[in-house]
Design a protein around this ligand. Structure first.
Ligand code: HEC
Length: 150
């Protein structure tokens, strides 16, 4: 009887940690996208809108951060957490893991758009063009694989 209880306890614990692991994976995936959102919207996007002044170093850093983070998407989205981040606005469609190859195929176009402008943005007009060309490629993936939860 004790053994059964212990086994059952172990099983429940295992279940609980699996749930936690899933939430951790979902959060990690969300954090990667949020980091990209910071470079694209909190820095580049705000400069494009004129909310903050153009600053060369901030632009170069944002592009470098984006380049690094976009390269991580395929790996970070390999495990399927099968749950959304609690209270999140955006979530992941299960289609990602039904069609991971197609999901992954949306990444190189973003990388190309970044590589095409890297080191070449010198003023606000160049930044506007770069913002659009990169953002359009981000949207190509979001249209199919990102869910709006609320
Ligand atoms: C290969 C697919 C893919 C590409 C490319 C991609 N994303 Fe995402 N993005 C997702 C998915 C899936 C979600 C929803 C899950 C999540 O939030 O992690 C998401 C969510 C987001 C969110 C919302 C995060 C939140 O919950 O607040 C932001 C912001 C974002 N992406 C920015 C970007 C930017 C900027 C780019 C381009 C530089 C980009 N993404 C490229 C798939 C992609």
């Amino acid at each position: 009887m004790k053994r059964v209880a212990a086994a059952l306890g172990g099983f429940l614990l295992l279940g609980a940690s699996a749930v936690m692991a899933d939430q951790k994976i979902a959060v990690e995936q969300d954090n990667l996208m949020r980091a990209q959102g910071k470079s694209m919207y909190a820095i580049i996007g705000k400069m494009v809108k004129g909310d903050i002044p153009y600053e060369q170093k901030a632009v170069d850093d944002a592009i470098a951060d984006l380049e690094q983070n976009v390269a991580k998407i395929s790996t970070v989205f390999t495990p399927n957490p099968k749950e959304q981040v609690k209270d999140a606005t955006y979530g992941s469609s299960q289609k990602i893991w039904e069609n991971k190859k197609d999901f992954d195929s949306k990444i190189p176009p973003v990388q190309k758009a970044i590589a095409d402008v890297k080191g070449k943005i010198k003023d606000i007009d160049g930044l506007k063009v770069a913002f659009k060309s990169i953002n359009d490629r981000c949207s190509d993936c979001h249209e199919t694989y990102r869910l709006k939860l609320k």
